[in-house]
Design a protein around this ligand. Structure first.
Ligand SMILES: Nc1ncnc2c1ncn2[C@@H]1O[C@H](COP(=O)(O)OP(=O)(O)OP(=O)(O)O)[C@@H](O)[C@H]1O
Ligand code: SF4
Ligand SMILES: [Mg+2]
Length: 347
């Protein structure tokens, strides 16, 4: 028994977004990589929900399964060695895992788009940005090259590229990192998708440019009423832009919560550790907290709670019983046997 009298969140329980139009509903998603070193359990039963006009931030250390989850949703998983072994990916009511390759490609082209960290390797180096943006319209919407070029300029203007008309014939390497990232955003927006997944979109940029690109993304997301999944390992950047946060650890969601509640009082020791390790202006000069140890090897995830070897609150039950997602409050869940203590500030 645990200290909590709340029931684990079950499939019957209302999801946090109940009553709002569902855009993406990922249920019990499982992905493994079959490698020479063994089977890496990269995603182990992930549930995510995003509605139109909502931003969900997915947070977690390197290797926690954020990108693999995104790749599975987009249908661009590196397979082999990666395989989806279970779950559903409901997008506008259809399970994408049941679609054929061609249908899947159509959804990916027109209705969902992805923005990656590294614009330089995602854009084609030998085509001008105008040609790449224009291609979205010639290929997908059958526009003439001239009309497509006009659209490309419009898009470049919309994402804040100065002198767009003059720069439409420039190549990716002629733009700064921040401007290239804006071009990636323009590419993603071109067909007005319903969902954008941005995987560490600002990590490669310096801090001021990071903030500008993040603001642009948030503004466009509101303007187009898109769903946005923002993947990051930086809790600092999501506070102002996200509605909901899902924290991942070893391929599981360990906490999910409206953003402000999570910042005020985390309900999982791992989230608490992430929050305590953000640099703070008011504590300048003090040593930053760091979560001790390393994430587990995904070919040998420890029994019980996967976080137990690193957790300051771990007890016997944590080494034997995998915590389910306990409902902490409406729209909030934590996969910790001792979520209540954590919520009350235990460290
Ligand atoms: N191509 C691959 N081949 C084998 N294993 C892989 C591959 N891609 C991912 N994995 C496994 O999946 C795990 C999760 O990877 P993922 O890229 O989702 O991490 P992440 O949370 O996005 O981390 P980061 O913050 O570093 O981007 C990795 O630790 C690795 O074990
Ligand atoms: S279940 Fe136990 S080990 Fe896991 S986070 Fe909670 S207290 Fe820590
Ligand atoms: Mg990643």
């Amino acid at each position: 028994m645990t200290q909590n009298d709340h029931q684990p969140r079950t499939d019957e329980a209302a999801p946090p977004t109940a009553g709002r139009p569902g855009l993406l509903d990922v249920r019990d998603l499982r992905v493994e990589f079959r490698t020479r070193d063994g089977i890496a359990q990269a995603v182990n039963g992930v549930d995510l929900a995003v509605t139109a006009g909502q931003t969900l931030a997915v947070l977690g250390e390197s290797g926690s399964g954020k990108s693999v989850t995104a790749q599975a949703v987009m249908g661009i998983l590196d397979s082999p060695p990666g395989f989806v072994t279970g779950g559903e990916i409901l997008f506008q009511g259809r399970d994408l895992l049941k679609l054929g390759k061609e249908e899947r490609r159509k959804v990916r082209g027109a209705k969902m788009a992805m923005i990656f960290q590294d614009a330089l390797s995602s854009l084609n180096p030998v085509l001008s940005v105008g040609a790449q943006l224009g291609e979205m319209y010639t290929v997908h919407e059958g526009l003439s090259r001239k009309a497509a070029r006009g659209k490309a300029v419009e898009l470049m203007q919309r994402v804040g590229i100065p002198a767009a008309e003059a720069r439409v014939s420039d190549y990716p390497h002629q733009f700064s990192g921040g401007m290239r990232q804006r071009i990636m955003i323009a590419m993603a927006l071109a067909l007005e998708p319903d969902l954008i997944i941005a995987d560490e979109p600002t990590t490669a940029l310096d801090v001021t440019v990071q903030a500008q690109v993040m603001d642009l993304l948030a503004e466009l997301q509101r303007e187009f009423t898109m769903g946005l999944i923002l993947i990051t390992h930086d809790l600092g950047v999501v506070a102002d832009v996200a509605d909901t946060i899902a924290v991942m650890y070893a391929g599981r969601i360990v906490e999910t919560s409206p953003v402000h509640q999570l910042y005020k009082a985390p309900a999982h020791p791992y989230t608490r550790g992430l929050l305590d390790s953000i640099p703070r202006v008011d504590l300048k000069g003090q040593q930053l907290y760091a979560i001790k140890g390393l994430p587990p090897n995904l070919t040998a995830i420890p029994p019980g709670c996967p976080f137990n070897p690193r957790c300051p609150l771990a007890r016997d039950i944590c080494r034997t019983d995998l915590p389910p997602l306990y409902e902490v409050a409406p729209g909030r869940a934590s996969a910790c046997h001792f979520w209540k203590e954590t919520l009350d500030g235990a460290r």
